[in-house]
Design a protein. Structure first.
Length: 229
């Protein structure tokens, strides 16, 4: 529900300014948020660990023990357990102090260095994990959290409001640029997908279209961040 509210709020702002006008695909690069272009492809499937006779196990080298914000911990069924004991009443200041990337009304408020470090890790193929805390002015409930990982050259995104926490690996982390609004403004979608040819326009269509056929024609993906400059 919270993710739906976030998407609806952001889209309402954009649509007020003007619907898609002049999408560009030349920014369809991989992992270039830190100014670096690199094609990271699947090498091995993360999550190939075998179940053990304990409650939880970790297929993780991108965990808190390595100095990262979160650990990619899975139970014996392959479900993510990282939201156990989640701090529900954090303020933005407390979330920032905990080392989270903090978004306020979908805009980055704190944690640019943490975000950049994660993107550089992805370019280099190094395991890493970060937590994104999402806050909204009109939200009376607790903030919601997304945990983002790169591990064994696979990418994972978990949302604490999702019904299922089943691990779902993606082969690519794409940074797609284009323009929306009236007047046109540079925009960026950070997306997980298995299709390296996915475009900015594809993502925008999936957001604004009510046509099931159009939506289903676009490769499966997860939007990590929407950045409107």
């Amino acid at each position: 529900m919270k993710r739906l509210k976030m998407m609806t709020g952001v889209l309402a702002v954009i649509c007020t300014a003007g619907l898609l006008a002049g999408c560009k695909n030349e920014g369809n690069t991989v992992n270039n948020a830190a100014g670096v272009t690199a094609d990271i492809t699947a090498v091995t499937a993360a999550g190939n660990t075998t179940g053990k006779a304990i409650d939880d196990f970790t297929n993780n080298t991108a965990g808190e023990a390595a100095g990262h914000t979160v650990a990619l911990t899975l139970d014996m069924r392959g479900f993510y357990t990282g939201f156990t004991g989640l701090p529900g009443d954090y303020t933005m200041e407390e979330a920032a102090a905990a080392g989270y990337v903090v978004l306020h009304n979908s805009e980055l408020a704190e944690g640019q260095e943490i975000w950049d470090k994660f993107m550089n890790s992805a370019v280099q193929g190094s395991n890493n994990g970060i937590r994104i805390a999402n806050f909204f002015d009109d939200e009376t409930e607790s903030p919601f959290y997304c945990d983002l990982f790169v591990q064994d050259k696979k990418y994972y995104l978990f949302d604490n409001t999702a019904e299922s926490q089943k691990q779902e690996p993606f082969a690519h982390l794409l940074s797609l640029t284009g323009q929306v609004g009236n007047p046109l403004k540079d925009s960026r979608f950070i997306v997980l997908t298995d299709d390296s040819n996915l475009t900015f326009e594809d993502i925008w269509k999936s957001m604004i279209s009510s046509d099931t056929a159009v939506i289903n024609s676009i490769a499966p993906h997860r939007v990590v961040r929407m950045i409107f400059e």
